[in-house]
Design a protein around this ligand. Structure first.
Ligand code: 13P
Length: 248
């Protein structure tokens, strides 16, 4: 099943999150062929978790710490996330890699922490523009994945990967669906059967084009997920795609 995930990043107060979810749930109530995920900031997880109970929408976090508890001021553990009803965790988003200096080694530890707690990590990988220009896209992706998933071959079915080219995030300049397809294929050839999402300037007009690619198994949506209507339209694109596939 395709996964359409919203990464709200550092947006929405608790009240705004509440307004969003109350508009969103009725819109998506008949969605059955697509897995839907909301990843609000930590401060809204509790409220959103209560509102999603019994619905067809799952809850994710945008980050976690690699240790279960201890003297780590300002951090949130996978145990705490699990306790709130979180099922997914975005790990290694480029905004954490490049702004906060999160290393592949830390990302690996966070993935292990998620797996130990029964949370499903969404490992984000992606090249910078200078990597792409230097013809290093595949090498960068390969290195990021090998380091993050080192020793975890037996667990790939419990992990999703998101290909998010850094230059495409929040720029209005997405990768072409064909370029995304090439990288997604490369990732599956490297890792084995794994669900690979595309992220980076996905919107209501281009979502369907990405989902038509054979190895695009879902989308990780930032800006266009902040409005319940537009995020719903992206989910609709996945439902439509599924129907067309079924129709032959
Ligand atoms: O980073 C992203 C999702 O994790 C993508 O963000 P945008 O959809 O705003 O480009």
């Amino acid at each position: 099943m395709k996964l359409i995930a919203a990464n709200w990043k550092m947006n929405k107060t608790q009240r705004e999150a509440e307004e969003y979810v109350s508009k969103f749930l009725p819109l998506v109530k008949d969605v059955t062929k697509t897995e839907i995920l909301l990843c609000p900031p930590f401060t809204s997880l509790c409220k959103v978790s209560q509102m999603l109970e019994g619905s067809n929408v799952k809850l994710g976090a945008q980050n976690c710490h690699s240790e279960k508890k201890g003297a780590f001021t300002g951090e949130i553990s996978t145990v705490m996330l699990k306790d709130l009803g979180v099922e997914y965790v975005i790990v290694g988003h480029s905004e954490r890699r490049w702004i906060f200096g999160e290393s592949d080694e830390i990302i690996h530890k966070k993935i292990v922490a998620c797996l130990e707690e029964g949370l499903r990590p969404i490992l984000c990988v992606g090249e910078r523009w200078e990597d792409r220009e230097a013809g290093m896209t595949f090498k960068v992706i390969e290195t990021q994945i090998k380091l993050a998933l080192s020793g975890l071959d037996a667990f790939v079915s419990k992990i999703d990967i998101a290909y998010e080219p850094v230059w495409a995030i929040g720029t209005g300049n997405p990768a072409t669906p064909e370029d995304a397809q090439l990288v997604h294929r490369f990732i599956k050839d490297l890792v084995g059967p794994v669900r690979v999402l595309y992220g980076g300037s996905v919107n209501t007009s281009n979502a369907g084009d990405f989902l038509r690619m054979p190895d695009v198994d879902g989308l990780l949506v930032g800006t266009a997920s902040l409005d319940p209507e537009s995020f719903f339209q992206i989910i609709q694109a996945s439902e439509n795609h599924h129907q067309q596939e079924e129709g032959g």
